[in-house]
Ligand binder design. Sequence first.
Ligand SMILES: [Zn+2]
Length: 279
Amino acid sequence: MLVSLKDILKKANEGKYAVGLFNMLNLEMARGIIEAAEEEASPVILGVAEVHLPIIPFEYASIIMTHIARNASVPVCLHFDHGTDFDKIMAAADAGFSSVMYDGSALPYEENVRNTRRVCEAAHAKGVDVEAELGHVGTAGVDDSGDYESMYTEAEQVNKFIDATGVDALAVAIGTVHGQYRKTPHLDLNRLANIYKISKRPLVLHGGSGLSDDDFINTVKGGIRKVNICTEMCLAENRVYGEGFQSGRSFEANVVAAKDAVKEVVKNKIRLFGSSAKA
Ligand SMILES: [Zn+2]
């Protein structure tokens, strides 16, 4: 069944676990994600990211995703990830998504506030929840120049940002990066503890692919209630297709193996996040 982000995160907060947001780029991913959630009896957030729309056009993605959410045996929140374009974000809200992310994290603070507030007002009027990002979670290969700390979320700004914008969930920068890590990430768990203590809204961790199991356990223990996963599923599918090509496996068998590989990644994450049997 389709549920709101607020509902899913409220329950996660009460139960002190996190719910995964898994982005889909193709049907194998969508099916692997929902099969994993159903087998684990876990709530799940199924997403598509704005940056992937050239690969999976929104009109296809939204039909697949709404069909999955309506027919799933577990609570499913449909999420539009990393929106930067107001019209695309509103298209997701109009298509029946439960939540949208506006990402103004690369902009100066005041501009991020202004744009986030505009998205919140428009999305809330349609009954759609909004996530935004304070501080900046960089991207491996793009923001590698070094100084991650200047991009970290400042605890003192958190509630100021929440009050000024009206966001329903807040992505924080505590040392993760998007994509494939080039070096071992150093997570600032003290910073997370300080933010969690005071934040009026549930906290979101981006750049989760490639963190260790302990990193996930510690960040969920530290108050993270939503974790975004994408790259790790893409790598799993890629690996399966590569192995299939090497071994001469049929394409049909590869498609099924790719779906199952995604499912394994997602199941493992669901267990680490503690959301198994919470549907
Ligand atoms: Zn992200």
